[in-house]
Design a protein around this ligand. Sequence first.
Ligand SMILES: *Cc1c(COP(=O)(O)O)cnc(C)c1O
Length: 232
Amino acid sequence: MVDCNQLQDNLAQVKVRISRAASSVDRDVEEIKLIAVSKGQTREKILFFKKQGIKIFGENRVQELLEKEEHNDGLSWHFIGHLQRNKVKYLVRMNNCKLIHSLDSYRLAKEIHKRAGKEKRVMPVLIQVNTANDDNKFGLSSRELPDLLEKIHNFKYLDIRGLMTIAPYSSDPEEVRPFFRDLRLLKEKINQQGFDVKELSMGMSNDFEVAIEEGATIIRIGSALFGERGGI
Ligand SMILES: *Cc1c(COP(=O)(O)O)cnc(C)c1O
């Protein structure tokens, strides 16, 4: 059985944390989109949060996303995990897959562009940057970003909306603040060079307040909403 009170409590607490963080830096909470990361969580819990007004769910594996989508529950999705080129077609075909957060190579960009063209849709994407240069994480380095942008900015079936990063886990979120700040500075820099990207996807259960203080427009929250992940 799902403990609805617990989930409702979790959501209320996350909302309080979001608004406190936003007001501490004079930001409007409306600027911050909450993505409920539903990987490893049950359909029951997902539907509960949908009823509570959560608009977008995040998944990091294509297979799991497709399985969840088979229920036709009328959900909207963001894809947040590492994406293999042979899986791109499944995401691009789903009109309710609204954003891919994890574009991390030219080859992947070419594939998304090609598949989106076939579906006659313009696919919204974020470019994932490995701001911490963490060997265990995907994403390009900050140095590689200008070159990638140069190569893909005129791909007409790609809509580059912004940047995404995953900070290394730390028990003290202050330690990861520099990585969030770097992503914001990177966005400012590319916008000065003539781009106009709006989104910064950064911040998870453990560190989203700091991310909001540094300018996050999209936060990806799993365990703080759903509780710990189990298998499904
Ligand atoms: C799992 C995951 C999250 C959510 O993590 P929590 O710590 O449970 O909030 C956010 N972003 C990505 C890319 C993830 O894979």
